[in-house]
Ligand binder design. Structure first.
Ligand code: NAD
Length: 353
């Protein structure tokens, strides 16, 4: 792999390798940008087939975090870290590994702030906290702000309200039909938010007991996972895994908009253009699902729930802005979101009033 070529294409930054002989830690931190403030982004733990795969993953994710933090108007740049899962993980002491990772993060001197991501938990963040203060998302007992999922859900609901207002001329969500894929952490909170706002819900999950339970609680219709994306409805809300919207699916969609919490919803960039050609609005994932990041980032400046909620509320304006510009410039929403983030980054840090 041509590492410097790849870094240059993504606009990096720093790529830092951490190794600890005793615990077997193999970690990579990708500090994409610190222009707007310390880089923030989760730490993934997973196995990679090759080290090149790990570098590609961490650099791509680190760059995406710069865009996400900028568009959420956070005083942060973007970064990401991966811990390459060691063979000994199941038998060994996980906390020792994450304490070693914390020492690695600490050596970066605060240029990168880590937090939870796939494969890691608040308990792991607590272990990291023992060796560095540059970690967010610890358990509430260690001063953390707790589960970000409810905030992610609130942000998605606000984005859906912006769509309802701008595209459907509705002042609230009463009667809006949303098809929700995946009632896990975020999906369950989102389903409750939408139900409370008067929306009509069709839901699914690959776990039959999970979908039955939420359907019962919210008087929603439950369908099989393979049906959900082709439901005749106003909005499809993908809240499961990435890549749900494929080129093959676009022609079969019967919704007017796609707005959900899942990361990387569009399987390829061509899907975005196909959705635009069909007149289906796509709320760029990193713009609408930023509530959790906003919540976690609040910990950095001393957690204040009200302030976190106010910032999450602004996702409404962000989505509204994307809709208006997308119409005006006749470009897909995800291209507009990238442009808006680029402009915010180019303008530099906001000076405190
Ligand atoms: P989760 O694992 O708790 O929930 C996902 C749910 O989707 C599970 O219940 C799972 O059974 C279900 N599922 C998986 N594949 C499915 C399929 N093909 N059809 C239907 N259901 C399926 O995860 P989560 O924390 O709720 O996150 C959901 C998505 O949102 C992920 O893509 C995540 O990256 C993204 N996201 C989460 C947060 C957060 O605050 N948790 C923030 C930003 C983005």
């Amino acid at each position: 792999m041509e590492i410097f070529g790849a870094l240059s294409r993504l606009g990096f930054g720093e790529l830092v390798f951490g190794h600890d002989q005793e615990t077997g830690l193999r970690a990579i931190a990708a500090v994409h940008s610190t222009r707007l403030g310390p880089a923030i982004g989760g730490c993934r733990l997973r196995g990679y087939a090759t080290e090149t795969d790990a570098i590609e993953d961490v650099t791509r994710l680190g760059q995406a975090m710069t865009y996400k933090a900028a568009l959420a108007r956070l005083p942060h740049g973007g970064g990401k870290a991966v811990v390459l899962a060691p063979q000994t993980l199941l038998s060994g002491d996980r906390s020792q590994l994450f304490m070693a990772f914390g020492r690695f993060v600490d050596r970066l001197g605060g240029r990168y702030i880590t937090t939870e991501d796939s494969g890691t938990s608040a308990t792991d963040m607590d272990a990291i906290r023992a060796t560095t203060r540059h970690v967010l998302g610890t358990s509430p007992q260690k001063g953390g702000a707790g589960d970000p999922s409810p905030f992610t859900a609130i942000g998605v609901r606000r984005g859906i309200e912006a769509i309802a207002h701008s595209l459907f001329g509705k002042s609230d969500l009463r009667g809006l039909h949303v098809a929700l894929q995946g009632v896990g952490h975020v999906g369950t909170y989102l389903a409750r938010e939408l139900h409370q706002a008067g929306a009509r819900l069709t839901i699914t999950d690959v776990l039959p007991s999970q979908r039955a339970e939420i359907a019962r609680e919210l008087s929603a219709q439950a369908v099989a996972p393979e049906e959900i994306l082709q439901i005749d409805c106003d909005i499809v809300a993908p809240c499961a895994l990435g890549g749900a919207i494929t080129e093959d699916l676009v022609g079969k969609l019967r919704c007017k908009a796609i707005a959900g919490a899942a990361n990387n919803q569009l399987a390829t960039p061509a899907v975005g253009r196909a959705l635009q050609a069909r007149g289906i609005f796509y709320a760029p994932d990193y713009a609408i699902n930023a509530g959790g990041l906003i919540h976690v980032a609040e910990e950095y400046s001393g957690y204040n729930k009200e302030r976190a909620l106010q910032k999450t509320d602004r996702i409404y304006d962000t989505i509204l802005g994307i809709i208006e510009r997308s119409k005006k410039e006749k470009l897909p929403p995800e291209i507009i979101a990238n442009r808006m983030a680029d402009e915010i980054i180019a303008a530099g840090p906001v000076k405190p009033a």
